[in-house]
Design a protein around this ligand. Structure first.
Ligand code: CMC
Length: 379
């Protein structure tokens, strides 16, 4: 056994590997800034379109800049018929797998695919952000035996996504709920999927490959998959009075309550606040207040002692209930997170390309050493 006693940072906990201007996170107080702007202001006042511009161009747009940007952004939503055909072939897979496959297929049609300049990466990031909802909506309709709905250039990003999914325009409230959700998910430092995307970019591979990786990494239940798991748990619990017993059993058997805990936040995830209020209001409006009551019971009772260990609700805890109340199927919850996150992955790749260094850490070898090769007939 070779063991040199290296200082191993398992899970890369607390490791800084580069600098960024994308977002600032203070996990001790629960503070999040996108390019210097507080998430609380952005969630309440900004649209997703402004956030995409802010992240990819470096500052909030004025009206003329936003109008020009929207012409490009809304005009990029269509996907080639060949990609729709690929989605037909994979129609039975999980929507996250369809999104990953669809983005991969789009690379065959993007004129800038091999150009890793900052300008081309930004153009591709805008296109991918615009096209990804079309993939998710088209796949969802195909798997339900319906024809895909063409994008509607008269609608904003969030509204157009719901329109392509359902074939009918959403209400203003539904539109804003998804818009805020996209805003809250747009960028979040060196989280696992952004790190995965940066590793890809660091080999000078292209943005489509990096975004495919981002989608693949996000899929796991310890990352983007938590919202789906939270709602499954709430459905299993059924009524607030069952929450205590259910969660105790889960925790006593070594399980985790999804939607709690975060590698960086040791206070409440600042994004959760905006979804908590909306989950409560939507539940009342829809005559289904019990989902919020179940979640609140878990938060305020079962998980209260965990606060001393720095475990609070994260962004995913209330998100699932909002999607559920909007009648969005649970396997679309993670793709919705991904749709919001593409600008963040793009920006992080732009940062990586602009001052690149290969991301390549080390593993300490703990296996056998210098074994003698034994011919196969003598083993
Ligand atoms: N429920 C119960 N115990 C928990 C939870 C939880 N949700 N999260 C962490 N713990 C415990 C964990 O069991 C461990 O206990 P012990 O020290 O006794 O072994 C301790 O807290 C530390 O956990 P860890 O896994 O070492 O901490 P981490 O910083 O690596 O974990 C996490 C971060 C997100 C993987 C974890 O909190 C978790 O699994 N949460 C549930 C999944 C979830 O909600 N994910 C969404 C994250 S936010 C959205 C995103 O950015 O992806």
């Amino acid at each position: 056994m070779a063991s040199e006693g290296f200082d191993i940072k398992r899970g890369l906990k607390d490791v800084y590997f580069d600098t960024t201007e994308a977002s600032f996170i203070d996990g001790d107080v629960g503070k999040l800034l996108y390019r210097g702007y507080n998430i609380h202001d952005l969630a309440e006042k900004a649209t997703f379109e402004e956030i995409v511009y802010l992240l990819l161009y470096g500052d909030l747009p004025n009206q003329r800049q936003l109008d020009d940007f929207n012409v490009e952004f809304r005009g990029s939503r269509s996907i080639p018929e060949e990609v729709i055909n690929v989605l037909r072939v994979v129609k039975d897979c999980h929507p996250m797998d369809a999104l990953r496959t669809g983005i991969s297929a789009l690379s065959a049609f993007d004129p800038d695919v091999t150009d890793n300049s900052i300008e081309a990466t930004r153009r591709k990031g805008i296109r991918l952000t615009a096209q990804a909802p079309t993939i998710v909506a088209a796949h969802h309709r195909i798997r339900n035996g319906l024809d895909p709905v063409a994008p509607n250039p008269g609608l904003n990003h969030a509204g157009n996504f719901l329109y392509m999914l359902r074939g009918a325009e959403p209400t203003e409230d539904e539109n804003r709920l998804i818009d805020v959700d996209f805003v809250l998910h747009a960028e979040h430092g060196a989280n696992a999927s952004a790190f995965g995307a940066r590793v890809v970019a660091s080999t000078l591979s292209d943005l489509h490959s990096a975004v495919v990786t981002g989608v693949a990494v996000l899929k796991g239940p310890w990352h983007g998959g938590a919202a789906e798991e939270v709602m499954k748990m709430a459905l299993d619990i059924g009524q607030p009075e069952n929450a205590e017993e259910y969660a105790r059993k889960l925790l006593d058997s070594g399980g985790r309550v999804m939607g709690f805990g975060h590698r960086v936040y040791k206070a409440e995830d600042p994004r959760a606040r905006h979804l908590r209020e909306r989950s409560q209001r939507l539940g009342q409006e829809k005559g289904q207040p019990h989902w919020f009551q179940i979640l609140t019971y878990l938060e305020q009772n079962v998980m209260a002692p965990y606060r001393d260990r720095g475990i609070f609700v994260n962004v995913d805890f209330f998100a699932g209930s909002i999607y559920y109340l909007l009648e969005i199927p649970d396997d679309l919850f993670i793709p919705i997170f991904a749709l919001g996150r593409i600008p963040g992955w793009t920006l992080q790749c732009m940062e990586q390309y602009s001052d690149n260094i290969l991301l390549r850490p080390l593993l300490e070898y703990t296996g056998e050493m210098d074994l003698e090769y034994v011919p196969i007939d003598q083993r």
